[in-house]
Design a protein around this ligand. Structure first.
Ligand code: 13P
Ligand code: G3H
Ligand code: ZN
Length: 299
């Protein structure tokens, strides 16, 4: 049985660590994430976006994740990441997702509240938690950061269970032009007025070693920059209880795939080169669990 998000996130907030919330869209990444979480004895939020659902097929992806969960000896919550399409949201609730994100952050404050409230009402009937977002991550350096007083009012009026905040992160491998910097003062202020767990999206660190390795074996990933690990640690101390990560997993997977194929040019068995990528994702995930402080917190 999937675990409710509420208990996972409340425990993380209480104990001062963050639950790793990793995206998946296939068998190999899912296997790697479960292996890592079991090895680290870490709770796990495994999340699917609408595009990963469209890529893999809803039933396929859900049954892969459920099959791993049934054998797992750790608490696992399945989460819909950046839900926008009401049909996918409704289907997630039907399948038994324990957590969904409604991302209406591109709308006005008023409209974001109205849409989020509607989803909260639907989800509550199914015992599912809702993550909402206020402020926008936007293009590097361009988002509208979360305003603490608005965050407080938003949470009161919508009844959402966790809140994604915009404090300077963005999705992908190009998060900053100049020096990477999060608005931690703003996070502190939000945490003082909002009592529910806070979520950090766009939290990949874009490790230089992995990017360089990918480039050495044929990639062309230029001027990539992520969130320094020290800032992630500070953000956890200031109330971040769930950390979303996708880009670093993709980079680890791709760098390993490129290296393997370059070094084994006669190899054409997907099971061989995908196994090397699976290992790379597992190692990456293990490092993140150490960074987020979630190791050993499965019980
Ligand atoms: P990254 O692109 O930094 O990995 O963020 C992923 C994310 O926020 C998924 O919701
Ligand atoms: O926001 C989360 C992802 O990093 C983007 O995911 O390409 O599956 O939509 P996607
Ligand atoms: Zn995100």
């Amino acid at each position: 049985m999937f675990s409710p998000a509420k208990s996972l996130l409340r425990k993380a907030s209480r104990k001062g660590y963050a639950v790793p919330a990793f995206n998946t869209s296939n068998l190999e990444v899912t296997a790697a994430l479960f292996e890592a979480a079991e090895k680290a004895k870490s709770p796990l939020m495994i999340q699917t976006t609408e595009s990963s659902i469209r890529y893999a097929g809803f039933e396929n992806l859900f049954s892969i994740i459920s099959t791993f969960e049934k054998r797992a000896g750790i608490p696992v919550c399945i989460h819909l990441d950046h839900g926008k399409d009401m049909n996918i949201i409704k289907k997630s609730l039907k399948f038994g997702y324990k957590s969904i994100m409604i991302d209406a952050s591109k709308y006005s404050f008023k409209k974001n509240i109205a849409i989020t409230k509607r989803v909260v009402a639907m989800a509550k009937r199914k015992g599912c938690s809702v993550e909402a977002e206020i402020g926008t991550l936007g293009r590097p350096g361009k988002g509208d950061f979360t305003v603490p007083d608005e965050a407080c009012e938003f949470v009161e009026r919508t009844g959402c269970d966790s809140l994604a905040v915009a404090i300077g992160t963005s999705h992908g491998a190009h998060k900053f032009k100049g020096t990477p910097k999060l608005d931690l003062q703003r996070l502190k202020q939000i945490n003082e007025v909002v009592s529910i767990p806070l979520v950090l999206h766009g939290a990949s660190s874009v490790p230089k070693g992995i990017v360089n390795n990918a480039n050495r074996y044929g990639a062309a990933i230029k001027r990539a920059k992520g969130v320094p690990e020290g800032q992630i640690k500070k953000a956890i101390k200031l109330g971040i209880a769930k950390i979303n990560l996708d880009t670093d997993l993709r980079l680890a997977f791709t760098a390993s795939l490129r290296e393997f194929l370059k070094k084994n040019p006669s190899q054409f068995d997907p099971r061989k080169y995908l196994a090397s990528s699976e290992d790379a994702v597992k190692e990456l995930a293990l490092g993140k669990m150490a960074l987020f402080g979630s190791r050993g917190k499965a019980r």
